[in-house]
Write a protein that binds this ligand. Structure first.
Ligand SMILES: Nc1ncnc2c1ncn2[C@@H]1O[C@H](COP(=O)(O)OP(=O)(O)OP(=O)(O)O)[C@@H](O)[C@H]1O
Ligand SMILES: [Mg+2]
Length: 342
């Protein structure tokens, strides 16, 4: 059983003017135990709202209006806030983009990590302090013992993000959600923090939902990738296959928009639509170079797509049981490789 099985998740915001905005629309994906899944897509496509829905941390204007979030077989969408408090931080944790806003400036970082142990386990002060220091070692903070008594403002952004990772992983969760965890950091620090996340993911056998704008980092880190556009999942694929032969024209456009040395950048023409008034048919059709009449009329569902050819698509025709590791695209006319159309 997948550790996370999101089925037809739909999240609506109730806007002040009385309208609604569907920020996540009928979204389905699974993450296996120990698997790293990337979630990518342009700004505003619904990545963070997806993460916050799983954590049940949506703000009061937002509701999960359909679907299930099966975590280890239990539907988080149906849990009470008290039940979620026992799961959050203990079995599912989240790391956000900006570590300063998540740490309490008034308490030492040691207090904030050891508090996690005392809140979730029957642990005294001495033991929780010892465990906090061990966590500082695991996230490779230099002088972990001296770190214990320091306040958040005494650290750089990269070190604060390590403290956040220590807090998130203190209880040995099954699933970590990292939403742009290194975007606020400068490039060399980003690489260090990513390697801390990657090492701990492997050591702890963590399932990881990794949200990022940075497709190159996603390619390095993730086993599998889901691509979102305008609140909908457009493609789910093993990472290597997604990057070598995207099946959805939107994925193809995203990959072409990555700056590569010596190659011109080709941004996707047009802009994302207003989520309050989505286009009919495929959400991407106004920007899609391959759109046909059917695309303007009929919304394509996410479905398993046939492999392109045995040589370019080895993972999808194999003997694996579930649909989780087969290629899925929400497109009437999926690409067949190198930008060519079926
Ligand atoms: N508090 C809110 N009130 C109303 N609409 C919201 C609110 N928060 C998010 N939205 C809407 O939900 C959509 C999805 O937002 P979300 O934060 O998930 O995007 P994202 O993919 O994480 O983008 P980014 O890459 O910029 O972080 C946004 O386009 C926005 O229209
Ligand atoms: Mg976001």
């Amino acid at each position: 059983m997948a550790i996370l099985d999101v089925r037809n998740l739909t999240v609506d915001f109730n806007l002040d003017d009385g309208g609604t905005l569907r920020a996540v629309d009928d979204s389905s994906f699974t993450i296996e135990r120990g698997e790293v899944m990337g979630l990518v897509g342009e700004s505003g496509s619904g990545k963070s709202v997806t993460a916050l829905a799983i954590m049940r941390l949506l703000d009061s204007q937002a509701d999960i209006t359909a679907g299930q979030i099966l975590f280890d077989g239990e539907d988080l969408a149906a849990k009470s806030e008290a039940e979620m408090r026992a799961i959050r931080g203990r079995r599912i944790s989240m790391v956000f983009q900006e570590p300063m806003t998540s740490l309490n400036p008034a308490y030492t970082v040691g207090d904030q990590v050891s508090e996690v142990f005392r809140a979730h386990f029957d642990m005294g002060f001495g033991e929780s302090k010892q465990r906090a220091i061990e966590m500082f070692e695991r996230v490779k903070i230099p002088q972990p013992k001296d770190t214990y008594g320091k306040f958040p403002h005494e650290f750089s952004g990269g070190m604060r993000q390590r403290v956040m990772i220590a807090i998130a992983l203190a209880c040995g969760p099954d699933l970590l959600i990292a939403d742009e965890p290194t975007t606020a950091l400068d490039v060399t620090i980003q690489a260090q923090v990513l390697s801390v996340i990657q090492d701990l993911q492997r050591d702890m056998g963590l399932a990881l939902l990794f949200i990022s704008h940075d497709l190159e980092v996603v390619a390095q880190l993730c086993d599998k990738v889901a691509v979102m556009y305008g609140a909908r999942i457009m493609e789910v694929s093993e990472s290597t296959e997604l990057f070598s032969s995207p099946r959805h024209p939107y994925t193809d456009g995203l990959l072409r928009s990555i700056p590569r040395r010596g190659q011109p950048l080709t941004p996707i023409a047009g802009t994302i639509f207003d989520l309050r008034s989505p286009p009919d048919g495929c959400r991407f059709h106004p920007r899609c170079p391959y759109a046909e009449d059917r695309c303007r009329r009929e919304m394509p569902e996410l479905r398993v797509v046939e492999p392109v050819a045995a040589s370019t698509d080895p993972g999808s025709s194999g003997d694996s049981g579930g649909t989780g590791d087969r290629r899925q695209a929400a497109c009437h006319f999926p690409l067949t490789g190198a930008g060519a159309k079926a």
